[in-house]
Design a protein around this ligand. Structure first.
Ligand code: PLP
Length: 434
């Protein structure tokens, strides 16, 4: 006798809440109080001199991040959206320049291109990795293409050999959005600036955080200086540090505070443990999932390591004989919520293809005349439905995002999820009757 499903009024597979994620500890508390006691909450100065580069904690965080990743230059910023904006400014993106971008990412991956007057041109993903497919890039390159914006989505590095090859052939810059992939590596190197420049988010939802924040990484000294100038009113400083071409040296205030930086240093020390924990849970989950032919676990190519921001699953409605929404709702009903600031255990899809946002559909970004889209030839870029069919399919039918592969969840918690899936699969007749 199969049990009544929780969604139909039966008992939950598990009723006790999953362990709550706590991100701040004694080290962060001490670090923050020390800054508070020093009274130096930020010592940035938007003028030539040592304080142009930030205060003691800001520079210490950047040094620690550099030591960890092996990247020569690290520029902290007040969000990773700010980081993307600065990186795109640094590589010289301007009005009408086209940047090829993944449509399967958080919206800022693309909107920061628009902030410089650049135009995002979306290219479809690989259905196994959910990242940009290098074999599709050439089809959208035009004489106006300047760069490729890659996101290592969910924590898995994109096919960087393929992307670097296309970039080299066509003289394009590469920006890596590593917001979800700190500590992920590709052929033994940490992602971030495998080609030119990129970085990581330190917002509340990410592996480690400072409330809000981000870091840019690069091995290119010129790009690093440009980012520092854009971060901190650089028009006052550019000539004194040898940047005289004026391109995009239009300063902003993107500065991280000293308290945030101090917390960031303490958080960085936790990153190894966090990623190791998630990899252990992911390995356990993958083993357990083999019994469900309707779920395909995350694919990790040999040359990459995954850092599991979340755990992506591909769902086959045909195989189980149940629409994705029915399955997701039934499994979620079997389990407790993850809490108000977190996602449900299962989410249907990730984000909609970015070009489905009104911003692209109406081609309205800055002002009412259609800038910068009005700089592109008529009908270009293609933002119509069908432009990136794999992303659309993932969004509408196949993707399930699992938010349970994270500390302090343990293997026994994952086993409850497996039991919930088993129960729903075994009792699917109940749902078809309902
Ligand atoms: C979180 C995130 C961002 C933005 O980072 P913020 O620090 O919140 O500005 C950009 N891209 C991706 C892929 C993200 O997950």
């Amino acid at each position: 006798m199969t049990q009544t499903l929780a969604i139909l009024g039966g008992p939950k597979t598990r009723a006790t809440p999953f362990p709550t994620r706590r991100t701040m500890g004694e080290a962060e508390r001490r670090a923050a109080l020390e800054v508070l006691d020093s009274d130096d909450l930020s010592t940035f100065l938007g003028a030539p001199g040592p304080l142009f580069w930030g205060g003691k904690q800001v520079r210490a965080l950047e040094a620690a991040w550099s030591a960890r990743t092996g990247y020569k230059h690290v520029i902290s910023v007040n969000s990773w959206t700010s980081g993307l904006y600065a990186a795109l400014g640094a590589i010289g993106i301007g009005p009408g320049d086209e940047v090829i971008c993944t449509p399967y990412s958080m919206s800022a991956t693309a909107t920061t291109i628009l902030l410089w007057g650049g135009i995002p041109v979306f290219s479809d993903i690989d259905p196994k990795t959910f990242n940009l497919d290098p074999s599709k890039l050439e089809a959208v390159i035009t004489p106006r293409t300047k760069a490729i914006m890659v996101a290592h989505i969910f924590g898995l590095p994109a096919d960087m050999d393929g992307i670097a090859e296309v970039a080299r052939t066509h003289g394009l810059r590469v920006v890596e959005d590593g917001a979800q992939s700190p500590d992920a590596s590709y052929r033994g190197r940490q992602v971030g600036a495998l080609v030119d420049i990129g970085g990581f988010s330190l917002n509340y939802h990410k592996h480690i955080h400072t409330g809000e924040g981000g870091v840019i990484v690069t091995n290119d000294e010129n790009l690093a200086k440009r980012c520092a100038l854009i971060r901190n009113h650089g028009e006052n400083v550019a000539e004194t540090i040898g940047i005289t071409d004026g391109v995009n040296i239009l300063g902003h205030n993107l500065r991280l505070t000293e308290i945030q930086a101090a917390i960031g240093i303490a958080q960085l020390a936790r990153l190894d443990g966090i990623v190791e924990h998630r990899r252990r849970l992911a390995a356990h989950l993958k083993r357990e999932l083999t019994r469900f032919p309707f779920l395909t676990p995350a694919h990790v190519p040999d040359e990459a390591t995954h850092s599991y921001y979340v755990y992506p699953l591909k769902y086959s409605a045909e195989n189980l004989g149940m629409p994705r929404s029915t399955f997701v709702n039934a499994v979620n009903a079997e389990l407790p919520d993850l809490g108000p600031t977190d996602h449900p255990v299962f989410s249907e899809g990730y984000v909609k293809p970015l070009y489905w946002n009104q911003l692209y559909q109406k081609r309205l970004a800055i002002g009412s005349a259609g800038f910068p889209f009005n700089l592109a030839p008529a009908g270009w870029p293609n933002y119509a439905t069908g432009a990136c069919p794999i992303v659309e399919r993932m969004h509408l039918n196949e993707m399930i995002v699992l938010s349970l592969v994270r500390e302090p969840v343990v293997e026994e918690d994952i086993d409850d999820l497996i039991r919930a899936i088993e129960k729903v699969a075994a009792a699917r007749g109940q749902l078809n009757r309902a």
